[in-house]
Design a protein around this ligand. Structure first.
Ligand code: SER
Length: 605
């Protein structure tokens, strides 16, 4: 069964079983600052699990199904084996207080056995056996006994059979997994060879999560208002089984891409085992890069953009040299997914040109020669008052040195290792996290107005920044009024001279659009609207329609600034008291800042 058919079967089955079908949300979660990327189908429905939004009112249904594109960096080191990937699709069904364990298990079982005709002798299941004050999930064990022999229903602890939340806080609960027995043969462990055995006999297929709890930032577990269901079935793994392949890369979701990569003259010999692994890593990461770019992530050294840079450069690291045929790669991904994700086709040219630019940037990095790096490191060691090392021993780096090389020259940790350098991975990762935190704080400072404390600015400058800041809020709302709700903030910077605002939008603004936006802002200024501040819970604020800079991580309690009834936005302030104080507003430039992102600069007088 090809993968288009599998998706279709899943959707039709759940439609027949009274589920409303929802489109996949973006890989870049637009209204959930607790995570960088979408890792599960449940994410776009989080407020419904938490009882914050009413599914009947907002979704006109309490039972939902979707095919969600997901991206997980947690498995990145495993990519190259038979079953792991970073980008994948999750088939999921969700219930917000509608049905629970009994029905969820029945639905899953019947789909596999009756609809897909999978032989039940290959299926095993797991349940939560209790841990640290959390009760054994005896109900689930009992329900499974209606379908499967007791010795194939195995209990595990929290590590295996508890899911969520994605991020630090949110809904979570005990889970039950359906595993497929690939070989029917126990490994040398004999009877101890069961689901979750590392021997490769079992593959986890479907995770049924019984979302009963919410965990807050202090780690306290509270019962959710309702018992919910969140399930996730991995499309690539299901395709592997239904298409009788030995690994996910041989399914129709990967086959063409892997072949494209192997045919590329800059790749190795497809028969060599090492090269097989390299072709899989390249295929997975190239596909992930295409999908991230299609969801408007752009290359950078921070957050989502850093993930994109890392996987794309890691894909390139698999090639023998850098004459990679990116056009064939993008073509292949678009061809495979065009029916399910037509947005890829629309963005194809943008994706290709972003990849090409990043490839060129990386080529420059790769041209840096080893000797030059060694001498730079030595200089660095000298600067930090450590003895300069000579010869091969200088290839032993501290994590800090590796990080400086990475952040200054863009040489990825993988490349650095390939060039024979060694350093401590864990400390390196910690530095990356610290770096991300710092850049986040800088953004907060600039935009939250704390930049006002800068010593270089006079009182007059500060007043100007405050006026520009309120004008930015009006501009944000006016952009959405004129260009549509897909306009989303991507960044902002204010100095006494001007404001700068980056936002997601694919086309150049026409003169007419710019004029309209300018008119709206000036109109709102003239109306002398009061600017007010309210403290709210983050989720209540979003529910209330407040705009947020979704790349930002917000605390649980936030400030919401409103300009009359016109604009409402999460922000640290400060702002003017009345829009009339802004003066007159003018757009001085509008241009592209990166692929799919426009940049406006404006002044106030
Ligand atoms: N959220 C669960 C998972 O990602 C089930 O969908 O495995």
């Amino acid at each position: 069964m090809n993968s288009n058919k599998i998706r279709e079967q899943f959707i039709n089955y759940f439609k027949k079983n009274k589920h409303k079908v929802f489109e996949s949300s973006s890989l870049w979660p637009q209204d959930d600052p607790s995570v960088l990327l979408t890792i599960a189908g449940m994410q776009q429905f989080k407020p419904f699990f938490m009882g914050i939004l009413n599914p009947e009112k907002e979704l006109q249904s309490t039972s939902i199904a979707s095919v969600q594109r997901c991206f997980r960096t947690s498995d990145i080191e495993e990519v190259g084996d038979k079953i792991h990937n970073t980008f994948f699709e999750m088939l999921g069904n969700f219930s917000f207080g509608q049905y629970f364990k009994d029905e969820a298990i029945k639905l899953a079982w019947n789909f596999l056995i009756k609809k897909l005709k999978i032989n039940k002798k290959f299926l095993w299941t797991t349940y939560f056996k209790g841990e640290k004050g959390l009760k054994k999930d005896i109900e689930t064990f009992e329900v499974w006994q209606k379908y499967i022999d007791g010795e194939k229903i195995i209990g595990f602890g929290k590590k295996e059979n508890w899911w969520g939340p994605p991020g630090k806080t949110g809904p979570c609960g005990p889970s039950s997994e359906i595993h497929y027995d690939l070989t029917g043969q126990p490994c040398q462990k004999g009877n101890l060879c069961k689901p979750n055995c590392q021997c490769g006999r079992f593959i986890e297929l479907w995770n049924l999560v019984f979302m009963q709890y919410h965990i807050n930032s202090k780690g306290t577990l509270n019962k959710l208002p309702k018992n919910n269901i969140d399930t996730g079935l991995g499309l690539e793994r299901l395709a592997m089984i239904l298409q009788k392949k030995d690994n996910i890369f041989a399914t129709d979701l990967f086959n063409d891409l892997v072949n494209t990569i192997i045919i590329d003259k800059s790749f190795g010999n497809s028969n060599d085992y090492e090269d097989v692994i390299r072709s899989r890593i390249a295929a997975d990461h190239m596909k992930g890069s295409v999908f991230l770019l299609a969801d408007n992530v752009y290359f950078s050294n921070k957050e989502q953009g850093y993930v994109l840079r890392k996987i794309f450069r890691r894909a390139l690291d698999q090639y023998l040299h850098s004459n990679v045929n990116l056009e064939n790669i993008v073509d292949s991904v678009c061809e495979t997914y065009k029916k399910t994700y037509p947005h890829l086709i629309k963005k194809k040219q943008n994706i290709l040109s972003s990849l090409q630019k990043e490839l060129n940037a990386y080529k420059k990095v790769l041209e840096i020669d080893v000797n030059e790096i060694v001498s730079k490191i030595n200089k660095l060691k000298h600067q930090t008052k450590r003895l300069a090392l000579k010869g091969p021993s200088s290839r032993k780096l501290t994590a800090q040195e590796a990080f400086v090389i990475y952040s200054t020259y863009g040489l990825s940790p993988e490349r650095l290792k390939r060039k024979g350098f060694t350093f401590d991975d864990e400390s390196f990762k910690k530095l990356i996290i610290k770096h991300q935190q710092l850049s986040r704080d800088n953004t907060n400072n600039k935009f939250g107005g704390h930049g006002l404390n800068s010593k270089e600015w006079s009182n007059e400058d500060r007043q100007k920044i405050i006026r520009l800041h309120t004008a930015t809020h009006l501009l944000h709302q006016a952009l959405r009024d004129v260009l549509g709700l897909n306009v989303k903030q991507q960044g902002s910077d204010i100095n006494p001279e001007r404001l700068r605002f980056d936002f997601e939008h694919s086309e150049k603004l026409t003169d007419d659009e710019k004029q309209k936006i300018e008119n709206i802002v000036n109109e709102k200024i003239k109306q002398n609207l009061p600017v007010t501040k309210k403290e709210m819970k983050y989720l209540d604020a979003i529910k209330d329609g407040a705009l947020a800079f979704f790349k930002e991580k917000y605390p649980e309690i936030v400030n919401v600034y409103s300009v009359g009834q016109y604009s409402k936005e999460l922000c640290g302030g400060p702002h003017v008291k009345n829009s009339g104080e802004i003066g007159s507003f003018k757009i001085i430039s509008e241009k592209s800042s990166s692929s799919g992102i426009r940049r406006i600069k404006s002044i106030v007088k």
